[in-house]
Design a protein around this ligand. Structure first.
Ligand SMILES: [Zn+2]
Length: 432
């Protein structure tokens, strides 16, 4: 058994105190309870969520509502970047919201300021998880471009149900394009419902009010404190609906991400979030002296307007709207056990011991994200190969299916790194 010196214990307690913005719980709260965890300031130039969490905690401590059942804990994200003398500092060495991968977590905390932040934050979250029955995490951010507030989440049915309590536009599928998200770690390691809220532009004063309204609404959705238990200056759901405008309640599924390659990357004038673009036609940005288009049609989302851009950063995303019918159908399909059995045993599909599926890449490209998402499969590894369009897509599909059928089982086992396959897996929270 290892023991800590009093100095070490004091240092750890100090780190926890700096990390925690505050907490509120009812007197009767014990281990088996619902905990809403608010994480704010994962990016150093996005302090709005911290102010919002402080406001909610101040109100709770002042009002002491008797009908509060559960726990609210608010944590700071990247303390090193938040405390930096330059308030524009997003991160010191690494984007903290890309570090929550197994490989990075295995590295020592001394690797970089963000590795230390990541280890500390993760230790706090694991400790919180060990003390509650059900955990819901919201990670509060703001954006460089002007756009209405949005919710980003991994599309499991339980997370969808909670997120839809917020009258904000919802964006699905981002964890497929971005590795190492805090939200993803919370879901897949800790079994927590988790989502990211983008509350508006960094310096927009209304972003604090949006985040505050999000926290109140989530307390209600989690069954911790009803919205009508306290008098609110403006009803939180109305605040959110007004901020979201005509986009409130709309749902979007990701189709494409453009990663920045050149340091001269610049979004073209007139390209804003929500703008409809044509495949291979609309010029969205310029980079390395040439025009950048999208290989899929849809709408632009989160065009990168940061002053400092680095290769590998997100340039822009392309999303597509999905309707209520799609959501309802996918919820029903995901519950059909026979269907998942059938998929796992189809030609060109190879089940793995960890529950994931290797899918013949040509077949997967024809099926495309839409269908895989509809059936509740998340892309773990994929490439941008085209499945074709119209008749050529049908022919490609028939060809890929035929080849897979003739090939049959692959002898000698499969290599997970084999580029002939995509890797897909059902959402963890859908499996319970
Ligand atoms: Zn952020």
């Amino acid at each position: 058994m290892s023991t800590r010196s009093p100095e070490q214990t004091a240092a750890i307690n100090h780190a926890h105190a700096a990390r925690e913005i505050g907490r509120y719980e009812d007197a009767g709260t014990h281990a088996r309870t619902t905990t809403l965890v608010v994480v704010a300031g994962v990016h150093g130039n996005e302090p709005a969520g911290i102010t919002a969490a402080q406001r909610v905690l101040d109100t709770l401590h002042h009002e002491q509502p008797t009908s509060f059942h559960g726990r609210l804990i608010a944590l700071r994200g990247n303390i090193a970047a938040l405390n930096h003398s330059d308030p524009e500092t997003r991160y010191i060495a690494h984007d903290l919201n890309r570090l929550f991968t197994d490989e990075q977590i295995a590295l020592p905390a001394s690797t970089s300021p963000e590795h230390e932040q990541m280890q500390e934050l993760l230790a706090s979250l694991r400790a919180i998880r060990a003390q509650c029955d059900r955990m819901i995490l919201i990670d509060l951010h703001t954006t460089s471009s002007r756009m209405p507030p949005v919710v980003v989440l991994e599309d499991s049915i339980p997370t969808r149900r909670i997120a839809r309590c917020l009258p904000l536009p919802i964006y699905l599928g981002f964890e497929e394009e971005l590795r190492g998200l805090l939200m993803d770690r919370a879901t897949n390691e800790l079994g927590s419902i988790a989502m990211v809220i983008e509350g508006g532009q960094h310096k927009d004063p209304s972003a604090v009010g949006v985040h505050e309204a999000v926290i109140w609404t989530m307390l209600d959705a989690a069954g911790i404190l009803r919205l009508d238990a306290l008098p609110h200056e403006a009803p939180p759901k109305r605040v959110l609906r007004q901020a979201a405008g005509e986009d409130a309640d709309r749902i979007h599924d990701i189709r494409y991400r453009h990663a920045i390659r050149g340091t001269d990357f610049a979004i073209c004038a007139g390209i804003v979030s929500g703008k409809k673009i044509k495949r291979d036609v609309t010029i969205i940005a310029t980079e390395n002296g040439s025009a950048v288009t999208s290989p899929v049609r849809g709408r632009v989302f989160m065009p990168n307007m940061q002053q400092h851009k680095r290769p590998g950063d997100d340039g822009f995303f392309i999303v597509r709207r999905v309707g209520e019918g799609w959501l309802g159908l996918s919820a029903r399909l995901r519950r059909q056990h026979w269907l998942h059995w059938l998929i796992a045993h189809a030609p060109g599909v190879y089940p793995q011991p960890d529950g994931s599926l290797l899918v013949d890449a040509d077949l997967a490209a024809v099926l495309r994200r839409q269908l895989l998402h509809l059936l509740g499969y998340r892309l773990i590894r994929h490439d941008e190969r085209s499945g074709g369009h119209g008749l050529s897509r049908v022919l490609k599909g028939v060809g890929a299916f035929g080849r897979a059928f003739l090939r049959g089982p692959i002898r000698g086992g499969l290599d997970r790194d084999d580029p002939r396959f995509w890797i897909v897996r059902r959402h963890k929270l859908d499996l319970h």
